[in-house]
Design a protein. Structure first.
Length: 246
């Protein structure tokens, strides 16, 4: 049997960070940075240790009808304009003469904050999607139910040959495409996934984190959940934060 048991509870980023600071859990998971949750002037930031264990890359998807009409790629400027409400018809990006139905994520969620920070350079940048949804399944359903939608969605909910076909994003001369390079640091719809410890990292916490950072952990816990493994050199960087004896 394993040397200790692990209990896992499901919540969102803010809860994970607050719980580890409150010492209710040993490790708090989050898709947002502790700084964005606590504020840059929080004294707790000095005592929290950030362990990056995976990368979440979210493709842009459109309604099947839009993809089949020829919209297979857009630019970063076009995407920014769509979510600002400045670009409102698919004909403006080479598609059919249909209004654009832009789906965003719940305000102040880790996904929404990362989207605004990475795409606009400011996590508080005001945007005006036509609707916001909290769950990936809700987003997928809306894309399927409408013939003019655009959204960003977790890998597990992408269907290249189905109702949520992904499109490419051209940014600074690079095209980011599903199945190719969405795990790249420069892809704006990607974010690091964090496991936080507080007031140092104990041997027990370090052993668990070392397992997640191993090839075994990355293959069995990261990949099957539709996240990207972190590359070997980055794993070593993260391992350097663990206790020496691990």
């Amino acid at each position: 049997p394993p040397p200790f048991r692990a209990q896992i509870a499901l919540s969102h980023s803010g809860t994970g960070v607050e719980a580890v600071i409150g010492e209710r859990v040993d490790i708090g998971n989050a898709s947002s940075t502790a700084e964005s949750i606590l504020g840059s002037d929080s004294e707790d930031l000095d005592d929290i240790v950030d362990h990056v264990v995976a990368v979440d890359g979210q493709p842009i998807v459109v309604s099947r009808e839009i993809y089949d009409a020829g919209v297979e790629q857009i630019t970063g400027d076009e995407l920014r304009a769509i979510y600002k409400g400045e670009l409102t018809n698919w004909s403006e990006v080479g598609g059919p003469d249909k209004e654009i139905y832009a789906i965003g994520r719940s305000e102040d969620s880790g996904t929404d904050t990362a989207f605004r920070k990475n795409l606009y350079g400011d996590p508080n940048e005001p945007i005006s999607p036509d609707t916001r949804k909290g769950q990936n399944q809700q987003v997928k359903t809306l894309v399927e139910q409408n013939d003019n939608a655009i959204a960003y969605i977790a890998l597990a909910f992408v269907e290249p040959d189905g109702v949520t076909p992904p499109i490419g994003l051209e940014l600074d001369g690079t095209v980011y495409e599903y199945g190719k390079n969405l795990g790249a640091k420069a892809y704006p719809l990607s974010r690091d996934l964090h496991m936080y410890t507080y007031d140092g990292t104990s041997m027990k916490e370090g052993a668990f984190l070392n397992m997640i950072l191993s090839e075994y952990g990355q293959t069995n816990f990261v990949e099957p959940n539709n996240y990207f493994k972190i590359p070997p050199e980055r794993r070593e960087e993260e391992r350097s934060k663990l206790p020496d004896q691990v």
